[in-house]
Design a protein around this ligand. Sequence first.
Ligand code: AHR
Length: 326
Amino acid sequence: MINRRSLLQIAAGGAAIGAFGLRPAYANMPKLKEKDTYKIGFAQTESNNPWRLQQTKSMQDEAKKRGWQLVYTDAAGSAAKQVADVRSMIAQKVDVILLAPREERPLIPAVMEAKKAGIPLFLIDRGVDPSLAKGGEDYVAFIGSDFVEEGRLAAEALVKAVDGKAKIIELVGTVGSSPANDRAKGFADYIKDHPGMEVIASQSGDFARDKGRQVFETLYQAHPEATALYSHNDEMTMGAIAAMEAAGKVPGKDLIIASIDGTKDAAQALQDGKVVVVVECNPNFGPAAFDAVVKYSKGEAVAPRLVNKDRVFTKDNVAAYLPEAY
Ligand code: AHR
């Protein structure tokens, strides 16, 4: 069975370390030499939505700007392929691995094997199960958004828009991923103090537009009494809007919609009154991730969790945001 002790033994090359108690943070982490240029591995999850494409572009732009080599892989939506991608980066002896883990548990072996190979690894945008791997001990740091807070902000805006009364369909992200888990939690925790807010159906649309459309269509047919949609990302939102319109419904009137990300399509839907709120999840990780690598190479303290500040877009501020939307 996979547990933290067995994984620590993989990372330590099988040596018994438990007897000496816990090591101080970073004492046991691979070091990174200070150099003018690095070979950086970026293990992407999938490339099926504008958010992912923008995240990849941000990494590529930053590597180009600094003259660093980027080894890029796309796991095409498969956690097993992403583990293999990280193994290939280890074999290619990259200096650092930036990993956007598709799901919280299946990527743990990749994290531990990078550590065992002496390659510092940063988690980018998504987290792994904190009971199995920790920042400062098993990987250098997590850099990303506070997904629980994103869910809370979406709930807060939705409660306000519907005066505390709604029958909600929830389109959940990829099962087992940290944004799906945390965005569900942040939303649920907030609405539990609002008895008029009821989630009547909840199902995964895998963060994908077409899947979101299909799942919404099925759930709405089963629950025509729904008055609101909470969608864990903009791509599923756009799929659901297409399904609503095909059913002769008016998004923004028949169903009030809260979404997360900040893609151009969703920002436009917000401006058009189809969506009431888009909570930002910023995909532009290049500068922060590469700065953290430099800092780590200098032996400076890097916090185990570096949290992005996300904005909340409504009809009042979306016009100013649209030009930078992706
Ligand atoms: O991990 C961040 C989420 O993953 C984004 O909300 C989504 O669009 C992406 O696929």
